[in-house]
Design a protein around this ligand. Structure first.
Ligand code: KG4
Ligand code: ZN
Length: 371
């Protein structure tokens, strides 16, 4: 019986394809990152991204079906990222997904990229859990991932999600699938964007976040002093563009040797992670939840994880991270979000006619009613 959901992600510079079962358990996923292709331009070139998604989607889909020992006949639906993201890149994934669904006479489900990120910590693999999707594969108050210990606490609704990616920095109260309340967000740059832009200033290449974090490991505390923007603003909003400017000012003041660059990277990471952690922990307190879910690429940052773990211990909060490989964009979170929405009765069961829509700008708070 057809029982699998194919998930397609193509909103930016990663082509992701995955297979989940109807309960959101992951069977297989495959990912192609375009980072090397965009590196020489210092950022994502939208046209190149779209063309590369076209090249990758068919082979990745074949690969995923092969890995799972499944065929197209096992598919129940095709889910795809409909937004937010780069219009051209979204179009490629959406047209591929909808054409495949129409050819197989299956439904095609548009999925919100950020919803998929924020639900991804609930992702469990079929072999690791006999239960439905509401299982935290890795829940931990320690640095990094906690492994596969099933005695670990489960994420429960309501929870607060800290969404920290290259395009977004948001705190969201999640009351249930499709029930999202925006508590606060960045008023300018996203945290990942700030990491990437600052890394560029430090000549660290693209994508800069992981490179800057690696350089910061060699930095020393107390050498530079950068501001902690909006730390005491009394709300849950963020601002990161001033930090990037503060780094630029330091760089203009004097030439920095390798150690000084590491010291500056260290202080920058301290500043960003201090504000992110303080506001996320305060939001969880104010919202009266016991669980905090961290999603998006910056969620891979070890300093942020350590700060959240430390703060969580003091306020009896459980912090949930997706497995590291699923922190950044991937197809697994799309198939998984589709499965959860289907279980919640939030997706249409009708077969599509190949027509589709993308939403390059799409607020998460509109998502429940929009699909
Ligand atoms: O979620 P994601 O893969 O894509 C978006 O939807 O944006 O996030 C990518 C972002 C990039 O800005 C990247 O530099 C950042 O996440 N990132 C990190 C780390 N790993 C990825 N930032 C800081 N520390 C890291 N370890
Ligand atoms: Zn993302």
């Amino acid at each position: 019986m057809a029982h699998l959901i194919l998930g397609i992600e193509s909103s930016c510079d990663e082509t992701g394809v995955a297979l989940c079962d109807g309960e959101g358990r992951l069977l297989a996923h495959a990912l192609h990152t375009q980072a090397a292709m965009h590196e020489e331009y210092g950022g994502v070139v939208p046209e190149l991204a779209s063309r590369d998604h076209i090249r990758r989607l068919v082979p990745l889909t074949e690969q995923v079906l092969g890995k799972a020992g499944a065929t197209r006949q096992d598919l129940l639906a095709v889910a795809y990222t409909a937004g937010p993201g780069l219009a051209g890149a979204l179009l490629v994934g959406a047209s591929f997904a909808c054409a495949l669904a129409a050819a197989l006479r299956l439904p095609a489900w548009p999925i919100h990229h950020l919803e998929a990120h924020l639900l991804s910590p609930l992702l469990a693999t079929a072999s690791e859990s006999g239960r439905t999707g509401f299982v935290a594969l890795r829940a931990s108050n320690e640095l990094g991932c906690a492994g596969k210990d099933r005695s670990l606490p489960r994420t429960e609704f309501p929870f607060v999600a800290l969404l920290v990616s290259g395009g977004h920095t948001q705190l969201i109260r999640v009351a249930g699938i499709g029930r999202y309340e925006l508590l606060g967000e960045t008023v300018d740059d996203a945290a990942g964007e700030a990491f990437d832009k600052t890394a560029k200033l430090l000549d660290l290449g693209y994508p800069g976040g992981p490179a800057l974090a690696a350089l910061a490991e060699r930095g020393r505390p107390g050498v530079f002093a950068l501001p902690r923007p909006m730390l005491r603003s009394g709300d849950f909003d963020f601002s990161f563009s001033g930090l990037k400017t503060a780094v630029l000012t330091q760089l203009r003041r004097q030439p920095l040797d390798e150690q000084a660059r590491a010291d500056l990277a260290y202080e920058f990471q301290e500043a960003v992670t201090e504000v992110l952690a303080a506001k996320a922990l305060a939001a969880a307190r104010t919202a009266g939840v016991r669980d905090l879910v961290v999603a998006g690429g910056v969620g891979a940052n070890r300093r942020l994880r350590a700060r959240l773990a430390e703060g969580a211990m003091h306020q009896k909060l459980r912090v949930h991270h997706p497995p590291l490989e699923l922190c950044t964009d991937n197809g697994a979170m799309i198939a998984h979000a589709a499965a959860l929405r289907r279980q919640a009765g939030l997706l249409a069961v009708t077969t599509g006619d190949g027509a589709f829509d993308i939403r390059p700008r799409w607020s998460l708070t509109e998502v429940a009613s929009a699909q």
